[in-house]
Each structure stands twice: as structure tokens, then as C-alpha cells.
Design a binder for this molecule. Structure first.
Ligand code: ADP
Ligand code: MG
Length: 234
């Protein structure tokens, strides 16, 4: 699905990523962890073509052309739930969802459409006529996830999946992600809850100052003394 090879990137002269390699295969859930400011969002922006690659290579669904634009990358099948959600505040729930609809790219894929997203998030169905800026943080995050699903993504990326949400809403998001995984959805996820990430993800990468300093499975993540304390501060 996605393969980063020694990716370097940053903002103008401020280099942030110093050779990030990671992979997400079909049907897998992969986590990207690290303390604030370590380069997680920068990695996502580079994957999405919002920041230029200064060195290295990114393969998206087997295509490693370096000149892909954000809309081409989204259209190729990457659905993003961005940090801070970024929903359209002046559009209502229905409009936010329908604006993003793209049919699946192949017949075998499960088909996300408006009714199915509302069935996944009944709360959004109740709020369908409300404008984006009249939604709670949890409702906005559900809308951001629903909007990404409306693009029928081959790969779903969530940057800070549960940041700033009440515990009960967080649990709903984790349950929803477990459901998506069970349906075979490939996911790359960023979040600070190590336990929940260990339950959900098949493989984890830890970023520290723009470098991948560790990667491995959930058992090793939780079983390695000092690992999460050193790199995640937990
Ligand atoms: N728009 C920007 N312009 C310049 N520097 C930025 C910008 N966004 C983030 N940075 C810097 O890039 C580094 C990594 O940030 P970021 O990728 O957002 O980290 P994370 O998502 O892991 O918290 C930080 O040092 C941050 O200050
Ligand atoms: Mg971030």
C-alpha cells in the first residue's frame, strides 16, 4: 500500500525528517508514535504531497513518481483524517460527507457511501443538518473519519485519532477503528494512547527527532523495558 524509503523533508531550510522508512501492507494497521514535535505530522504531510520530498522515495500503491500532487494522492486512494480535523465549518454534516464521495476503485472493495457512514456513526445521523462549527469535538472527529471513508480509501490515515476527546468518545473511536480493521481496511494511525494502539495495530514505528528509532510488534512494544518511557514519555 505505502512504502517510505529514507524520506527526508521539512519546511524550507528547516529539515524535520532525516531518513524515515516505513511500510503499510494491505489489510494491516500500522502505528506511528513519538513525542510532540518529533515529525509525525510532517511525515503525514509528506506522504500526502503537501510537503516536498527532499530525498528518498515514497511508493503509494506501487507508484513512486515524486511529483504527485495532493489531489492526485488522495484520488489514488489515501483518505486522511488530519490533525485538528479541519472540517468545513460552514457546511452541514451531510454536505461535509457528500462533498468527498468517490466510488470504490475496484469491485471487490467494500463500498462506503452516505447511508453507511451514518450507520457507522448514528450520532452524525442525528446531527446531519448541523453545521460543522456547531458540532462537539467528538462529532467533528466522527465527521472527519466519515469524510475520509466517503473517498473509499485503500489506505486510511489518522493523525491524532483521539486527541482532545472525552474518554467515552475515545472508546467509540477505538471501537470504530477495530471494526474497520476487521473489515480489512488498511490504516496508518497516530495517537498518544500506547495501550489502545498496541491492541489495534499490527506493527509500530517510533519516531524521535525525525528518525525511526524503533519498530516492532505490540508484544515487543509493551514488553521492552524502558522503551515507551524513553521515546514516548509514558
Ligand atoms: N508549518 C511549519 N513550519 C515550520 N516548522 C514546522 C511547521 N510545522 C511543524 N514544524 C516543526 O517540525 C517539527 C515536527 O513537527 P510535527 O511533524 O508537527 O511533529 P509531531 O506531529 O510529531 O508533533 C517541529 O519541530 C515543528 O516545530
Ligand atoms: Mg502532529
Amino acid at each position: 500500500m505505502l512504502h517510505l524509503h529514507n524520506v527526508q523533508s521539512g519546511y524550507g531550510v528547516g529539515q524535520v525528517l532525516f531518513g524515515v522508512s516505513l511500510a503499510v501492507s494491505a489489510g494491516k494497521v500500522v502505528s506511528l508514535m513519538g513525542r510532540n514535535g518529533m515529525g509525525k505530522t510532517t511525515t503525514i504531510r509528506t506522504i500526502m504531497g503537501q510537503l516536498p520530498l527532499t530525498a528518498g522515495r515514497i511508493e503509494r500503491f506501487g507508484d513512486d513518481r515524486p511529483d504527485r500532487l495532493p489531489f492526485q494522492i488522495a484520488r489514488a486512494g489515501i483518505g486522511l483524517v488530519p490533525e485538528g480535523r479541519q472540517i468545513f465549518s460552514n457546511l452541514n454534516v451531510t454536505e461535509n460527507l457528500q462533498t468527498f464521495y468517490q466510488p470504490p476503485r475496484d469491485d471487490s472493495a467494500s463500498h462506503w457511501h452516505y447511508d453507511r457512514v451514518l450507520a457507522l456513526f448514528p450520532r452524525l445521523a442525528e446531527r446531519r443538518d448541523h453545521a460543522g462549527n456547531h458540532l462537539s469535538g467528538g462529532e467533528q472527529q466522527m465527521l472527519a473519519i466519515g469524510r475520509a471513508l466517503m473517498t473509499n480509501p485503500k489506505l486510511l490515515i489518522l493523525d491524532e485519532a483521539t486527541e482532545g476527546l472525552a474518554p467515552i468518545i475515545r472508546n467509540q473511536i477505538w471501537d470504530c477503528l477495530a471494526t474497520l480493521k476487521a473489515e480489512g481496511q488498511s490504516i496508518l494511525i497516530i495517537d498518544k494512547n500506547v495501550r489502545a494502539m498496541a491492541r489495534l495495530a499490527d506493527h509500530h514505528y517510533i519516531l524521535d527527532k525525525g528518525r525511526v528509532v524503533w519498530d516492532g510488534d505490540s508484544e515487543t512494544l509493551l514488553g521492552t523495558d524502558g522503551l515507551t518511557a524513553r521515546y514516548l514519555g509514558v
